[in-house]
Design a protein around this ligand. Sequence first.
Ligand code: NAD
Ligand code: WQD
Length: 338
Amino acid sequence: MNVFITGGAGYIGSHTCVELIQAGHQVSVFDNFCNSQPEALARVERITGQRPQLYQGDIRDADALTYALKDSQATAVIHFAGLKSVGESVQNPLAYYDNNVVGTLRLLQAMRACDVKALVFSSSATVYGDPHQLPIPEDHPLSTTNPYGQTKLVIEEMLRDVHRSETQWRFAILRYFNPVGAHASGLIGEDPQGTPNNLMPFVAQVAVGRREFLNVWGDDYATADGTGVRDYIHVVDLALGHLKALERLANHTECEAINLGTGVGYSVLDMVKAFELACGKTLPYQVAPRRAGDIAACYANADKAERLLGWKAERDLTAMCEDGWRWQRANPQGYGQI
Ligand code: NAD
Ligand code: WQD
């Protein structure tokens, strides 16, 4: 299959490029590098022996998209391109609506113009808001507490509307829980710009000496040890979920939302302990007040992915931490050291 990947140079995109190439697919990447570097694609080539065809451009640029879609002879699209910082979206909601919602609208228009009607979309467990049921099934009511999450909800609704009006479209809406870790080669991984917002990149930077200590945002939640519980999923398992979703879309004309998580929740302190084991160091932390907008616990009911895609996460917490540490140790400044 010729697969067109928006945001393919990013964290999840680069890992998905590797798995698709290794499964024998042709991969093209469309990225403006606003949160990634071309080096990630050079690393994909080092792992797979193939460099994805690169189209540098912005998904809001309809002409550039249409050209690239035609030129790549794509038959399906995986759409990762988007902004993803919750805090930034509260500060600058218009930038998020513009990039994520307008960008996806332009992508769908370009796909229709090129008669490419299969799309795998990166949604998020953030669309479940503060869940009232755990583990969370896909039919849990949708809500959100911030503009980033709102863009994911709006896009999901847009895809459902498009599918209702033109039923030949094929959509897989993948709701990721908390992606962590890196490719086992240590060549690609997460490379956040500035201070990481997410737990595991922060922990990894403490381990490598870039940060002094971790702030644990709250230890008075109604969880076993009082710290927040999440469903951490190895990024390679997540990438493989995209491969399975693409394979399913080849035979199904549908619009399905599917959780990609492990179904297991770990606390912040569980994650710190697991990373300490992986890196062989004690990681200093201090308990700080709760972070605004955080929820106590969030983990997936992952049955639908197994039923529809024949997929389930296989890499455990040890692999998540060991692979994440291998990447961080070998690339203490991320791709930036190059
Ligand atoms: P990332 O920032 O590493 O990757 C996104 C990529 O998209 C980057 O390469 C960036 O340069 C590119 N991009 C952004 N806006 C663009 C635009 N207008 N035109 C062209 N390229 C553009 O993020 P990621 O962690 O790989 O996330 C990928 C997707 O998954 C995002 O849509 C994100 O919202 C979603 N998601 C991520 C997480 C997570 O925790 N990482 C969780 C749930 C959902
Ligand atoms: C995990 C846990 C924190 C940092 C966010 C987005 C979500 C999705 C994934 C894209 C929580 C605690 C964190 C730190 C800490 N992204 N923590 N100290 O909040 O589950 O989800 O990223 O779609 O939309 O909201 O992930 O990694 O930020 O936090 O104690 O320095 O770690 O309080 O309990 P979260 P996270």
